[in-house]
Structures are given as structure tokens and as C-alpha cells.
Ligand binder design. Structure first.
Ligand SMILES: Nc1nc2c(c(=O)[nH]1)N[C@H]1C(S)=C(S)[C@@H](COP(=O)(O)OP(=O)(O)OC[C@H]3O[C@@H](n4cnc5c(=O)[nH]c(N)nc54)[C@H](O)[C@@H]3O)O[C@H]1N2
Ligand SMILES: Nc1nc2c(c(=O)[nH]1)N[C@H]1C(S)=C(S)[C@@H](COP(=O)(O)OP(=O)(O)OC[C@H]3O[C@@H](n4cnc5c(=O)[nH]c(N)nc54)[C@H](O)[C@@H]3O)O[C@H]1N2
Ligand code: SF4
Ligand SMILES: [Mo]
Length: 901
């Protein structure tokens, strides 16, 4: 029997039907009944089944001993250690000497209890979340504009819009199912337009009618310019503005002063004036406009102003609260939204109540019956780790996040954790960069094993349901927190026996003293977030809950769109225009650090790869960390495509492969965020990123750090495929990923090899002198190849050369599927080329069907294919999840351009 649950990756929140398979994997497919995806899944969702095996899982609690090693202990010992240490530190130094750093990948119920423990019982607001790194600018922008953290619209609006503006969003890769919905709506009605505002030409741009390659960080100019333009063109909805808003005058003044002249805006934003005006005109004339924004907006030192500059335009034109229009902050993590509902951020309380307001604090504390409630904002993520480094915070409990990888100035985070008296880490895997610093490891239930709710980008609550047994001694996060709370002496408030009871408490709190808008009872506070209709579900009702969008009325009906009545959450019911200040990012490039580092995501990996890194289907697309740069910049920096380079800033450095993806402006470089010390020697880009934050939200400026790029000179390059994991020490550079039947290592070294053969045997761990060892060496060119076989089956191979032009990995990988290699294969191994060149398919494009770039380009050329659909018909590529369709479009354009050249 399949279980209906929700995908644990992005904030689209797709429904999944899952069932355990006998081999320890799982079968998953899209849930046709889920409104977010109607049965579709992107490639990450489709590969979920490959990520649920127990290899690499953390299954038992562990404590770090005096010897520095981790030792398995009982739950009692581990929980007592956490509770005892936290209690001791609080008694000696006060509640603010401890902290929690949690995650939008927790379920709402987990999040609820940890926030309750910190703010209501320990009495500290030092609980922050990785949502600080992600959504906090959107949260702050919503609060300034609407009086509450509310996303007004729904996914259907994107399908109904005439104009979709994607700002700082690579939705084709990061929110693929929403993007597919947009793309499909566009196909169905040709006059729908898509504008993408992004300094990079991403896969998302392939479907765009207009791409504005904006100069990094200058979005406020663009949208302030738009505000001034809309006003000047008479696109203002005066009735709406008069009746439902406040503050236009000041906002408009600021916009006109800074960005009143489109020509100047175009100059500052680095855009063609004609393109800018085309966008402005489309926006002015399309009533149904949705502006979707993501990390290119939020992760900026003017992130909150960027958000408000976008919302301002929608308010001016009265385009909000109606079908097919509105500003739309699309969330990153599966439960970014749920975490905000229960007050996971250091400056808010549960149920969208404000920590700074005594009435709000009273609502929460009286509802909880808790001994106290935190009355001043806690430390925001970046500050929190600085406080740990300075010894002000002495114990931190990290749950479901990997800050040594994902925070800016991440080497300082390492230092801080190394110095911290007590680091507790709750995770599902046994080795992460953060756990290397933990004193206590707590094994949590993972996706497929745990139960609870999540809320997606369109405020839709869905159940995550278990379909796998709890492995080892792993426990649900909420259970672990409640255990520690009790052991700290908080005997009341954490007696939950089932996740359902937590959900009910949370739902009741959202309805508690939640007034009608305009109600003048000062003890009640109006909030849109209201789950009243779910507050009385019995256990069966909770288990059977179907996806529903908040607010949920008493009759159980959800709400797809908010603000239809023009009534906002500010006390006077009016939305606010915010006068936004256009300003450049804090650190400008200079002579020493002349390039701007932009960081973000790739299609098939999720964050620090602890789960997607397990799925062979996902590792082939972009198997190595890279620095994507413009060829002119590469020339200037003396680095070459395919070779290694060091990316350096004032804060740190990393090493990655140089790539010319073709989508990047001169002056910028792009590095993916995914590689940690578990997967590469030195590719944590977080160590390079500046710790600058937005002054309002505290969200880091992840998209803008001045850097230099310089050669990372090596004497040889190489790679290995091996059925067994190798001890990847030795080479100056290594990266490792999991393939179907092997692990793949890319390596390079700064020192020459005296004896390749000896080194290769040591590297592959081949000690038997009688082993079936094939070897080829050309001393004059420095090329070396070796393979190791057992009973004619290939076990491992290694290829070395002074330059990075090495044999195709895909073809070699296919040899690992063979039970026996024949003489032709053996010869091919030594020659380093397949006997039949057609076997080399090129880098992976379609991960679902394993179709490579070369195969696709050959087919486009030979058959004159001109649409993604025609490629799918011939090669199947793109026919399953559709995640690669934007790249198919790219390849068609490329082949065409080559043919015309
Ligand atoms: N495959 C995959 N999908 C994911 C994730 C993942 O790890 N992998 N993570 C999820 C999470 S948590 C999140 S938050 C989302 C993020 O989803 P997105 O925000 O779409 O992804 P990013 O790659 O972080 O950044 C988006 C774009 O912002 C652009 N940008 C940089 N600077 C600027 C600027 O100054 N102005 C503008 N307008 N754009 C700029 C970048 O070039 C980049 O293409 O993705 C979610 N989905
Ligand atoms: N340079 C740069 N840095 C960034 C960004 C960027 O664009 N550029 N983006 C930022 C953003 S938007 C985000 S959201 C963050 C994400 O950054 P992180 O939150 O650090 O990323 P993850 O790798 O998803 O970490 C989640 C951890 O939780 C574990 N885990 C998974 N499920 C569970 C569970 O149920 N319980 C417990 N206890 N553990 C679990 C996983 O194994 C993993 O170790 O990165 C941020 N950092
Ligand atoms: S779009 Fe993909 S990653 Fe996001 S929820 Fe849906 S299946 Fe999961
Ligand atoms: Mo995120």
C-alpha cells in the first residue's frame, strides 16, 4: 500500500505516493491528488527512493569522549548530558548563554516544541533557523507591507497571470514543478509573458520572453524605477491606494528621486534601456501580473528593501488579492513556511505574534501556561555564531541544518564551534561537517520515517507520513526535544504522546484570542494565520488530513487567496508602501578582489548533499564543484576551462573546476553551494562568502562577495572509479560522488609522481602483487592508466595525465555494469577510449533516462530536431520529470547557433 506524503525538498511541496521496497529503497511517484503537483515530480523528487537506505545514517546517540572520538551511548546518557549541560550553563550564565539553531527542514510540530522550550520555558529567544539565511527578508518585507508574514497568492495565480516576473529565481532548477506549471500555461496561451531578472542566464531564461541580466544587487533601482514609471504612466489604481494603503507619497518620492529616469536606471542596473522599458511597459499594461521572487532578492544587504520595492509596485497598481496577480515569495525549504508559523525566528513568537509586543507575549504565555516568555529578540543566525565565537553563547543545539557549510564566513563558524563548550547536533546522517564539532550526536528520524505537517509556498499544509520503520534507535525530533525539556525540569508543557497532540496545540494557539479584523478588544490580536478549522481534529482526522491552505475557517475550508477584501493586518487595516533605499552591496569589488561571487543551486543536488548525494541518478548531471566564469575574466585571471582555480575572498578560499557555462556576465563568477568537506577536499563556498547581512532582516548577502580567482597549479589531473570507497587522502584536490556501481573520484595533485604504478596501487588499495592489474604508462607524455579486475570484473580504475583531458567517465562507468570484461574492453581500458566511440554519450543531461549531451546534440543535428518534445519522442530525454527540458531548449539553440556560424 502506498502512503500519501510530501516531498522533503523544495517549498513547492509536491505530494508523493511512497511505498517501501523489499531491497531497502522505496518506490515513489507523484500524488495525482495533491494540488501542488497533480502527480508530477521533478528529478529530485523522482529519485527519493534512492536516498532512503540506511548507509551513512546516524542510528545511535553518541557522545564525544575525552579521547576526542565519538562513542555510542544510551539515549538516557545522551539526553541527560544535553539537559544537564544546558541546565548548568543557564544556572551559571543565564538563559541567553544557550541557543538553538534549527531548520526549515523540521516538521511544524518539531519546530513548535523547540520554540516553546526556548522562548516559554528556558526564557531565551536565542533560537534562530536556517530560514534566516533564506526567507527572512521576505518575512520582514511582508511584515512591513502587510503587518504580517503572509504570502497573499497561490500557484494558480501563476497559471492565470498574463505576465510572470521571476526576480532572482532560477525556478527551472529550484522550483521545477511550479516552473513546469508556468511553462505549460504559457504554451497553452501564447500571449502570456515571462520575464526573468537574474544576472546569470540560467536554464529558467530559456523559456523567457525577456531576460534582464541585472547588475548584481541593483534590484531596488529597477523596481523603484518601475514604481515611478507606473505612476507617471497613470497605471495607479487610485481607488485601491486611497482605500487600502498608506505611505505612497514617501515611497514615491524616494523612488522618483533615486530612479525617476529610466535611462539612468538602465545604466545603474547594467541593462539595455529598450529592454528595461519593454519590461516596464509590459508591467504597466498587464493587469494580471505575478512577481515571483527568491534568493536573488532575499539574500542581499538590501534584501528587505528589494522585497518592499516589488510589493510597492503591486500596491500602486492594486494588483494583489485577486486571481492571477500579486507579489509571490516562493519558499525554499519544504517547511520554511511552517517554521515561520510557529515562531522559529529569533525575533518572533509562535502563531505570527510579535515578541516585542507585551499583549502578544501575554497571549502566548497565558496559552502555554509557561513560567516565562522571552521578552527581547534573540540572536539572528550570523550574530549567533559570532556570539558563540566570542564565548557569550556557551551551548548550542543544532537541528536539521549544517551551518559549517551553509553560513557565510563559514570558517569562523568552524572556529566558533571548536571553541563552544557544548555542541549538540540532531541529524539523520552520521558524518557532516558540523558534526565534526559536536559533543553530542542525536539520531533523528528521516523523511519516510517521521510524521507531521509542512506548509508550502502557497500556505498549504500537507501531511508528511511515515512509510518506513524507525531504524536503529532514531527518534522523532519533537520527541527528543520533549525528553530534554522534561529532564531540564519542565515537567508540564511537554507531555505530548503523539505528534497529533502538538499539532492541535499549535492550531489552537493560532486561533487563540485571534480577533476579527477591526475588533477593538485590546486583548485580542487579529492574525491571518488561523487554523481554527483544524484545531479539533481527532487523531483519525489528523492522519487523514488532506492538503489545505491557511487560514482554515471553522468549517475546515481553506483559503487560496488573501487580502481580497483589501484588509491588511496592520492595526488600521491598510497595507504600507515602504520608502526603499536603493544602495549598492556593502563590499564592492576592488583591485585585489575584482570579481563578484554569486552562489546558488544546481538542478540535481540539495544543499549539503547529505541526501541527494546518495542517489546515483542525481550525481551525474553536475558531478563536481565548479566556478562558472566569463572567458574574458578567465583569461585575465590566468585560469583555463577544465583546470582548477582557487576562489579567494577576504574571508576564505576554496578550490573548484573552471567552467564557461555561457550564462554569466563578465565581472561575476558563480559557485554552487552544495559541496562540503564530505564530498570534496576544499569546496565549501561558505568559507569564502562575506558575513554581511541585511540591516532589517539579518539575512546574509550570499549573492555578492568580492573575490579573486587564481590558478591552482597542479602537476597532474586524474580520476578514479571504484566499487569500494577510497580513503581520499593524498591528492591535493579530490571530489567524490556516488555512481550506480561505483564511487567516482576526481583528483589532482601539486607534486609530480615518482612512480605512478606504485602510487596507483596504494591509492586503489591493491596490495596483492598477483592481482589482475592492467597498466599503461607513457613516460614521455605523463599519461598513466590502470585498472584492477577480479574474475574479469572491473573493481577500480585510475587515469592520470598532466592536463585535464582524460577519458570519458560515462563510458567507463558503463563497464562497471558488466559482469565480465572481454579482451576488447580490456584493450579499450588501456587505450582510454571505447572501442565504439558511439558509446560515449557525453555529460549527463537527462538524469531519469541517463541521456548525455553528446547523444542529444548528435540527434538534434542529424534529425533536425527543433523542440524538446521531438527530442523526447526520439530519445526519451525529458519525458519523465521534465527537469531537463530547459537544457534541451538550450542545446537546440546551441546546435543551431553552431550550424549558422
Ligand atoms: N535543486 C535544488 N532546488 C532547491 C534547493 C537546492 O538546494 N537544490 N534549495 C531550495 C531552497 S532552500 C531555496 S532557498 C531555493 C532557492 O531558489 P532560487 O532562489 O531560485 O535559487 P538560487 O540559485 O539560490 O538563486 C537564484 C538566482 O538569484 C540570482 N541572483 C544573484 N544575485 C542577484 C541579484 O542581485 N538580483 C537578482 N535579481 N538575481 C540575483 C542568481 O544568479 C540565481 O540564479 O531553492 C530550493 N530548491
Ligand atoms: N553561499 C550560500 N550559502 C547558502 C545559501 C546560498 O544561496 N549561498 N542558501 C542558504 C539557504 S536559502 C538555505 S535554506 C541553507 C540550507 O543549508 P542547510 O540547512 O545547512 O542545508 P542542509 O544540507 O539541507 O542541512 C540539513 C541537515 O539536516 C539533516 N536532516 C535532514 N532531515 C532531517 C530531520 O528530519 N531531522 C534532523 N534532525 N535532521 C535532518 C540533513 O542530513 C542535513 O545535515 O543554506 C544557506 N546557505
Ligand atoms: S518540485 Fe521537486 S523538489 Fe520540489 S517538492 Fe516538487 S518534487 Fe520535490
Ligand atoms: Mo533556502
Amino acid at each position: 500500500m502506498s502512503v500519501a506524503t510530501t516531498c522533503p525538498y523544495c517549498g513547492v511541496g509536491c505530494g508523493v505516493l511512497a511505498r517501501a521496497a523489499p531491497d531497502g529503497s522505496a518506490q515513489v511517484r507523484g500524488d495525482p491528488a495533491h494540488p501542488a503537483n497533480a502527480g508530477r515530480l521533478c528529478v529530485k523528487g523522482a529519485a527519493l527512493g534512492e536516498t532512503v537506505d540506511l548507509q551513512g545514517r546516524l542510528l545511535y546517540p553518541a557522545l564525544r569522549g575525552a579521547d576526542g572520538a565519538l562513542h555510542q551511548v544510551s539515549w538516557d546518557d545522551a539526553l541527560d548530558r544535553v539537559a544537564g549541560t544546558f541546565r548548568r550553563i543557564i544556572d551559571a550564565h543565564g538563559p541567553d548563554a544557550v541557543a538553538f539553531y534549527v531548520s526549515g527542514q523540521l516538521l511544524t510540530e518539531d519546530y513548535y516544541v523547540v520554540n516553546k522550550l526556548a522562548k516559554g520555558y528556558i526564557g531565551t529567544a536565542n533560537i534562530d533557523t536556517n530560514s534566516r539565511l533564506c526567507m527572512s527578508s521576505a518575512v520582514a518585507g511582508h511584515k512591513r507591507a502587510f503587518g504580517e508574514d503572509v504570502v497573499p497568492g497561490c500557484y494558480e495565480d501563476m497559471e492565470q497571470a498574463e505576465l510572470i516576473v521571476l526576480v532572482g529565481s532560477n525556478a527551472a532548477w529550484c522550483h521545477p514543478i511550479v516552473f513546469q506549471r508556468i511553462a505549460k500555461a504559457k504554451e497553452q496561451q501564447a500571449n502570456r509573458r515571462l520575464v526573468v531578472i537574474d544576472p546569470r542566464r540560467t536554464a529558467t531564461c530559456e523559456s523567457a520572453d525577456l531576460h534582464l541580466p541585472i547588475k548584481p544587487g541593483t534590484d531596488v533601482w529597477l523596481f523603484n524605477g518601475l514604481l515611478a514609471f507606473l505612476f507617471q504612466q497613470g497605471a495607479m489604481d487610485a481607488r485601491f491606494v486611497d482605500a487600502h494603503t498608506q505611505g505612497l507619497e514617501r515611497a514615491l518620492e524616494a523612488a522618483q528621486a533615486q530612479a525617476g529616469d529610466p535611462a539612468q536606471v538602465a545604466r545603474i542596473c547594467g541593462l539595455q534601456l529598450a529592454d528595461l522599458l519593454a519590461f516596464y511597459r509590459w508591467f504597466a499594461s498587464c493587469e494580471r501580473t505575478v512577481s515571483v521572487f527568491s534568493q536573488g532578492v532575499n539574500q542581499s544587504s538590501s534584501g528587505t528593501d528589494k522585497v518592499n520595492s516589488i510589493i510597492n509596485c503591486h500596491l500602486l497598481a492594486g494588483r494583489i488579492g485577486k486571481p492571477g496577480m500579486g507579489p509571490f515569495s516562493i519558499t525554499g525549504q519544504p517547511n520554511a513556511m511552517g517554521g515561520r508559523e510557529v515562531g522559529g525566528l529569533a525575533n518572533v513568537l509562535a502563531a505570527h505574534l510579535e515578541l516585542a509586543d507585551p499583549v502578544h507575549r501575554d497571549i502566548v504565555q497565558s496559552f502555554w501556561g509557561s513560567p516565562r516568555v522571552a521578552d527581547r529578540a534573540g540572536l539572528k543566525a550570523v550574530e549567533l555564531f559570532q556570539a558563540i565565537d566570542e564565548g557569550r553563547v556557551k551551548a548550542v543545539w543544532i537541528m536539521a541544518t549544517n551551518p559549517v557549510v551553509s553560513l557565510p564566513d563559514a570558517d569562523r563558524v568552524k572556529r566558533a564551534l571548536a571553541r563552544c563548550e557544548c555542541v549538540v547536533s540532531s541529524d539523520v546522517v552520521s558524518h557532516t561537517d558540523t558534526q565534526a564539532f559536536a559533543h553530542v550526536l542525536l539520531p533523528a528520524l528521516a523523511w519516510g520515517e517521521k510524521d507531521g505537517t509542512v506548509t508550502n509556498s502557497e500556505r498549504r499544509l500537507s501531511r508528511q507520513r511515515a512509510f518506513l520503520p524507525a531504524p536503529g534507535e532514531a527518534r522523532a525530533d519533537w520527541r527528543i526535544v520533549c525528553e530534554v525539556a522534561r529532564r531540564m525540569g519542565f515537567t508540564q508543557g511537554f507531555e505530548f504522546r503523539h505528534v497529533h497532540e502538538i499539532f492541535l496545540e499549535h492550531a489552537r494557539l493560532t486561533a487563540h484570542r485571534n480577533a476579527e479584523p477591526g475588533c477593538d478588544d485590546s486583548h485580542r490580536v487579529h492574525r491571518q494565520l488561523n487554523l481554527e478549522g483544524l484545531a479539533h481534529l481527532d487523531r483519525g482526522g489528523y492522519d487523514a488530513m488532506t492538503p489545505v491552505q491557511w487560514p482554515v475557517q471553522a468549517n475546515g475550508m481553506g483559503t487560496s487567496r488573501l487580502f481580497a477584501d483589501g484588509c491588511y493586518a496592520h492595526a488600521d487595516g491598510r497595507a504600507r508602501f515602504v520608502a526603499t533605499e536603493a544602495r549598492m552591496p556593502v563590499h564592492a569589488p576592488d583591485r585585489e578582489y575584482p570579481l563578484v561571487l554569486n552562489t546558488g543551486r544546481i538542478r540535481d543536488q540539495w544543499h549539503s548533499m547529505t541526501r541527494t548525494g546518495k542517489a546515483p541518478r542525481l550525481t551525474g548531471h553536475l558531478p563536481e564543484p565548479f566556478v562558472d566564469m566569463h572567458p574574458h575574466d578567465a583569461l585575465r585571471c590566468g585560469v583555463r576551462e577544465g583546470e582548477l582555480a582557487r576562489v579567494r575572498s577576504r574571508w576564505g578560499a576554496m578550490v573548484a573546476r573552471v567552467k564557461h557555462g555561457g550564462g554569466i556576465l563578465a565581472g561575476s563568477v558563480f559557485v554552487p553551494i552544495h559541496w562540503s568537506d564530505q564530498f570534496a577536499s576544499d569546496a565549501r563556498v561558505g568559507g569564502v562568502v562575506n558575513p554581511v547581512v541585511d540591516p532589517v532582516s539579518g539575512e546574509p548577502e550570499f549573492k555578492h562577495t568580492p573575490v579573486s580567482v587564481e590558478p591552482f597549479p597542479v602537476r597532474w589531473y586524474g580520476f578514479s572509479l571504484s566499487r569500494d570507497a577510497l580513503a581520499a587522502n593524498g591528492p591535493s584536490y579530490w571530489t567524490s560522488i556516488r555512481g550506480e556501481q561505483f564511487r567516482r573520484y576526481e583528483i589532482a595533485h601539486r607534486e609530480p609522481l615518482a612512480e605512478c604504478g606504485r602510487w596507483a596501487r596504494g591509492w586503489l588499495g591493491v596490495t596483492d602483487p598477483e592481482a589482475d592489474w592492467l597498466e599503461y604508462e607513457d613516460r614521455s607524455t605523463g599519461v598513466y592508466r590502470a585498472a584492477y579486475l577480479i574474475n574479469d570484473r572491473i573493481e577500480a580504475c585510475v587515469f592520470l595525465a598532466p592536463r585535464p583531458d582524460l577519458p570519458a567517465r560515462q563510458w567507463l562507468a558503463s563497464l562497471f555494469d558488466c559482469e565480465r570484461l572481454d579482451d576488447v574492453d580490456r584493450a579499450a581500458l588501456l587505450i582510454g577510449e571505447p572501442a565504439n566511440p558511439a558509446e560515449s554519450t557525453g555529460p549527463m543531461v537527462c538524469s531519469c533516462f541517463g541521456v548525455g549531451r553528446r547523444t542529444i546534440c548528435d540527434a538534434i543535428r542529424a534529425q533536425g530536431l527543433d523542440t524538446p518534445a521531438s527530442i523526447t519522442a526520439l530519445l526519451r530525454a525529458g519525458g519523465n520529470c521534465g527537469s531537463c527540458v530547459p537544457e534541451l531548449r538550450q542545446l537546440i539553440a546551441q546546435v543551431r547557433a553552431q550550424a549558422n556560424a
